[in-house]
Design a protein around this ligand. Structure first.
Ligand code: RIB
Length: 293
């Protein structure tokens, strides 16, 4: 089984702040670091580190060449990442003293992916493979349709969640990874109702899809037909939560592909995410298989 992750590669700029600024406020930060991320990069790296055949497709500028070196060193196949004349995507990350973040994202090359590239990339995969998507690149509806035509399973992490999501052929999704905000939005819940309610509504709305609901330090819930499972986060110090959800996604998919039960896959993915939050950065914080399995 091969995984094709079609997604963003970003240069992450981490501004370490005391607190996340409020409107109108200016705050001096303690440090600024150039780091590596993008939801596509992070998920592909987590899959590769977990021992999977992970292929990443996307687009960067010349300023992002170092991302490819890093991804390749983790075992990610980057043959389907093209280089354009513009910038690599940027994520401006405010990281507060509790390890929480707020992110502003500029797509750069990620926003310049075109349908011809999509046809070519997905055309190299088929029955038994999986397409893994997030919402930091355009044309994901087209990608979902092409993937289904070729017999791929589709994994969707609708993050960041925006108005575009409801225009997608969501019923084509085999497995969703959503956080509480994304889950509530897909469940049509504007206020009130806890994680269990979100999960039940999503299982009701998408009866053919597996639902994984990530809950930060509260762990994760899983729902599919009559199956319900949960996983707990381990007690690691929280340094930086950036990319923890991506680490969770990659490790859950890898654990399932390696034959672990849903319950064990949740536990392994929670462990991987717990380790990731104890380290600064996104791509560089993803643990190796030996630390997780
Ligand atoms: O999911 C985390 C990622 O989101 C960061 O690495 C950043 O690039 C943003 O896209």
């Amino acid at each position: 089984m091969k995984f094709l992750v079609y997604g963003a590669l970003n240069i992450d700029l981490i501004f370490s702040v005391d607190h996340i600024v409020i409107p109108g406020e200016t705050e001096q930060c303690a440090s600024l670091e150039k780091s590596s991320g993008g939801k596509g990069s992070n998920q592909a790296a987590a899959l590769a580190k977990a021992g999977m055949s992970a292929h990443l497709a996307g687009k960067i500028g010349n300023d992002g060449a170092y991302l490819l070196d890093m991804l390749r060193s983790f075992g990610v196949n980057t043959d389907l990442v093209s280089v354009w004349e513009g910038d690599t995507g940027r994520a401006l990350i405010q990281l507060d003293r509790n390890g929480q973040n707020a992110i502003v994202y500029y797509p750069g090359g990620n926003g310049a992916v075109v349908p011809e590239e999509i046809e070519k990339a997905i055309g190299a995969f088929g029955e038994g493979d999986m397409l893994v998507l997030q919402n930091e690149i355009p044309h994901i509806g087209l990608m979902m349709r092409k993937a289904k035509e070729r017999g791929l399973a589709v994994c969707l992490n609708p993050s960041p969640c925006d108005e575009k999501i409801e225009s997608l052929p969501l019923e084509m999704t085999d497995i969703f990874f959503v956080n509480e905000i994304e889950g509530a939005s897909l469940a049509g819940m504007t206020g009130g109702g806890g994680p269990e309610t979100i999960l039940e509504r999503l299982v009701g709305r998408f009866p053919a899809s597996e639902i994984v609901l990530t809950l930060g330090k509260e762990g994760a819930l899983y729902g599919y037909r009559n199956t319900r499972e949960s996983g707990a986060i381990l007690d690691y110090p929280v340094v930086d939560t950036t990319g923890a959800g991506d680490t969770f996604t990659g490790y859950f998919l890898a654990a399932r592909a390696r034959g672990f039960s849903v319950k064990d896959a949740l536990a392994l993915a929670c462990r991987a995410a717990s380790i990731a939050v104890s380290r600064k950065g996104a791509l560089g914080a993803i643990p190796g298989a030996g630390e997780v399995f």
